[in-house]
Design a protein around this ligand. Structure first.
Ligand SMILES: NC(=O)C1=CN([C@@H]2O[C@H](COP(=O)(O)OP(=O)(O)OC[C@H]3O[C@@H](n4cnc5c(N)ncnc54)[C@H](O)[C@@H]3O)[C@@H](O)[C@H]2O)[C@@H](O)CC1
Ligand SMILES: [K+]
Length: 477
């Protein structure tokens, strides 16, 4: 089952893999024609009723695969109003090749005739809200006709994200839907057509995944999360990098909780950092109260960068997780305590493969085996894992993603802190798997863009200014 939004992301990822949408439309149209062949013999009268989006475009293509049928193509609206280049090109082919095309300017002028089969290609996954005119009037006409109705992708009037009907919808005898089942469709009537989208477009992160991030225009301050980075002690650069990465990944506000002994040094990395120091040289049971109170006031916490592995620190992390029920990214030394705690918190753990084994996790050399092994271990922990490597594997035990951006130049120190910070910011608004996958994608893409430009020798801090374009566009792939 796939929602309209996720389908759009997969479609964009397929395009990035070299399969343009027009090619998918060709496969979709072919699949529609195959279903028509199943329900009626050659020579039958087929009315293709087409909207002005790509759903209509699929039926323009289908017409070319039905030359031995008596085909009529109805376009609802003017040809100039066809909304996409690929649908417009396929319409132009029909007129150039002298198919029986009819332009419906006015719903009252619509005449369906007496077809044996109606193909409903008015609206698909791009539809919003109840049917407007002329589609509403035409849907009623289709429902009254004694023809077999084949709907393209979803019956027009059915919301492809919820499966709900607002007002009138086409009553279809068969639905030919693409790539995966859509919400609200009755299994008995549905043909799921393989249109040649490779599994990689779903499994691997790609530019389409960034669709999750579209900032609503009415966003108010606070809608993208306040993040607390808990780190520092033996190391000071790590929490500063994580905090800056969280800011670059769109967090509204980022605060750093670190030992007072190193607060000035952490602050020195970036003027804009808000530092909330706690007493002492490192996190311990003694200053945990301060951290716990701060954490409760934030949407997500990034735990670990530069904390060190002192016994008292790890005990404090354990105590923190025992009580915490919010969202947290767990990185570096703090990872070791995760398997030992029984916490209500929602954790996104970011180990590299060595740290994963330190957590009692699996070893798998081949990335395909690793996907299954990481999924099993995530299910066992009941948390989400982002296992870093040449192929990053992200899984919550149910959904798994693999990220391939990034390069060997990124083995330099600090890139993991940038990743953890970005993941923390995204965790405030996204499901943990999506936060992990997007953070890995953007962090790796940032590194790829730098290496493309200047070669190796990158610093972790170089990644920071590249995070926003990697997450929000301006990406030339
Ligand atoms: N996503 C994919 O990977 C693929 C999608 N394809 C097809 O493309 C379709 C989606 O195409 P589009 O995104 O162009 O969207 P649609 O073709 O579903 O609809 C878009 C058009 O409908 C109008 N519209 C929206 N809501 C309306 C309403 N309530 N009443 C009347 N008009 C309304 C819009 O103004 C726009 O012109 C899919 O359903 C599928 O059929 C296929 O071509 C191949 C692959
Ligand atoms: K449809």
């Amino acid at each position: 089952m796939i929602t309209a939004d996720r389908m759009a992301a997969v479609d964009e990822n397929a395009a990035a893999l070299g399969i343009p949408r027009k090619q998918l439309m060709e496969s979709s149209g072919n699949a529609v024609a195959r279903v028509v062949r199943r329900v009626a013999d050659p020579g039958a009268a087929v009315a293709l009723v087409c909207g002005r989006g790509n759903n209509g475009g699929d039926a323009f293509v289908a017409a070319r695969f039905l030359d031995d049928y008596d085909v009529t193509v109805h376009l609802l609206g003017r040809p100039e109003s066809i909304g996409t280049d690929i649908a417009r090109e396929n319409w132009a082919t029909l007129t150039a090749a002298d198919y029986d095309t009819r332009v419906v300017h006015d719903s009252r002028a619509f005449e369906l005739g007496d077809p044996d089969v109606v193909v409903d290609a008015m609206l698909g996954t791009g539809a919003t809200g109840a049917l407007r005119q002329p589609e509403r009037h035409v849907a009623a006409a289709i429902n009254e006709a004694p023809a077999t109705v084949v709907a393209v992708d979803v019956p027009s009037g059915v919301d492809a994200d919820t499966g709900e009907v607002a007002g009138v919808a086409v009553a279809a005898d068969h639905v030919v839907t693409f790539h995966d089942a859509k919400p609200g469709l009755d299994d008995d009537e549905v043909t799921v057509a393989d249109i040649g989208i490779p599994e990689a477009a779903e499994l691997f992160t790609g530019p389409g995944d960034r669709r999750l991030l579209s900032r609503p225009s009415d966003a108010h301050k606070g809608a993208f999360g306040e993040i607390l980075v808990v780190g520092g002690g033996p190391y000071t650069g790590a929490p500063a990098l994580a905090a800056q990465a969280a800011m670059r990944a769109g967090a509204d506000l980022v605060r750093v909780a670190c030992p007072r002994a190193v607060a000035r040094e952490v602050q020195g990395f970036e003027e804009g950092l808000i530092v909330r120091p706690f007493d002492g040289e490192r996190l311990t049971g003694g200053n945990l109260g301060h951290v716990g109170r701060l954490a409760a006031d934030h949407d997500a916490v990034v735990f670990g960068p530069g904390l060190g592995d002192h016994e008292a620190t790890l005990a404090a992390v354990r105590d923190f997780l025992d009580d915490y029920d919010g969202r947290a990214v767990i990185d570096a030394d703090a990872l070791a305590v995760v398997p030992e705690v029984d916490t209500e918190a929602t954790l996104l753990c970011t180990p590299h493969q060595g740290e994963l084994r330190g957590m009692g996790g699996p070893r798998a050399d081949d990335w395909r085996d690793r996907v299954d092994a990481v999924a099993d271990f995530a299910a066992e922990l009941d948390h989400t894992l982002l296992v870093k490597g040449a192929y990053d594997v992200v899984s919550d035990g149910d959904r798994s993603r693999v990220n391939r951006t990034g390069n060997p130049g990124m083995t330099v120190g600090g890139t993991g802190d940038v990743l953890a910070g970005a993941a923390g910011a995204l965790l405030a608004t996204q499901a943990p798997v999506d936060a992990g996958a997007l953070a890995a994608y953007a962090n790796g893409l940032a590194g790829d863009r730098i290496v493309d430009r200047q070669g190796y020798g990158l610093l972790a801090s170089d990644l920071l200014p590249e995070l926003p374009p990697s997450l929000w566009g301006g990406v030339d792939e």
